[in-house]
Design a protein around this ligand. Structure first.
Ligand SMILES: [Fe+2]
Ligand SMILES: [Fe+2]
Length: 264
């Protein structure tokens, strides 16, 4: 596990960076959450590192946090391109930031670590989907966004076991992990839906009736496609035997990482 920095910039990156606009916007909605989710993860992991004795796990937490730091800084650069186009976006993001402040202030370290592991288990599912299931959606897309997501999701796979091990080291068992998983799934699902609805509705306000109907059809088709893929994998996370360390690497993820230089 090493931190890498692809040093991407997004001066003229468009919200519609892929031909399938609803796919691009639903993915953009995910991007807007990351500066909030991943700063929260790093705060929780810093608290965990202060109470965990295992030197190997503490070293892994440091590498995990360096990777997440690079992730949210790159996504933040891209997200700035979205803000001027979508009037409610920053208010929605600020609401997510307040949720995490509340969780850090109110909830136990174990409950926060369980949420973090829930988020990380979703990351592995997205990594497999991105690398193996959507070549048609990425064909002809803006290479910077493809690289941003490829790098990010490949590192998500690489550091997939850190929160799982931290949660266990804090004494978390199966039920705690499940609670964290459902909490992350519900919370981020609701955030992603509200933001993608805003992005898509704003776009549709400028469309004619036929174009609007086509956009709605493509959105439904994409959401169903993702859910068909994700559902069995989400169910697998519910198994008491779930262990992210046993997951197979997405095809092409390692080769992509080898093309990016290490760095903070
Ligand atoms: Fe990340
Ligand atoms: Fe992560």
């Amino acid at each position: 596990m090493i931190p890498r920095n692809p040093r991407l910039s997004f001066e003229d990156a468009l919200p519609h960076w892929a031909a399938h606009a609803p796919f691009a916007q639903i993915t953009n909605a995910g991007s807007t959450s990351l500066p909030y989710v991943e700063t929260y993860l790093n705060k929780v992991m810093a608290q965990a590192a202060a109470v965990i004795a295992d030197a190997r796990l503490k070293a892994d937490i440091a590498l995990f946090s360096a990777q997440e730091g690079n992730h949210y800084r790159q996504h933040r650069l891209y997200n700035r391109r979205l803000h001027p186009c979508y009037p409610q976006l920053q208010a929605l993001e600020a609401g997510l930031g307040r949720d995490y402040e509340g969780m850090l202030a109110r909830d136990s370290l174990l409950a926060n670590a369980a949420y973090c592991e829930g988020f990380e288990s979703l990351g592995i599912i997205h990594a497999e989907f991105f690398f193996e299931r959507i070549p048609d959606l990425l064909e002809g897309a803006d290479a910077r966004l493809v690289r941003l997501w490829g790098w990010h999701l490949a590192e998500e796979f690489e550091h997939r076991s850190v929160c799982f091990e931290v949660h266990a080291a804090l004494g978390g068992g199966y039920l705690s992990r499940l609670r964290g998983f459902f909490r992350a799934l519900r919370h981020l699902g609701a955030y992603g839906k509200s933001v993608s609805d805003h992005l898509l509705e704003t776009d549709r306000a400028a469309m004619g009736e036929r174009e609007r109907r086509e956009s709605v059809r493509l959105e439904k088709q994409y959401r169903a496609r993702f859910m068909r893929f994700a559902l069995p994998r989400l169910l697998h996370v519910l198994s008491p035997a779930y262990d992210p360390r046993r997951k197979r690497a997405p095809r092409g993820a390692q080769a992509l990482l080898e093309s990016i230089r290490p760095g903070a």
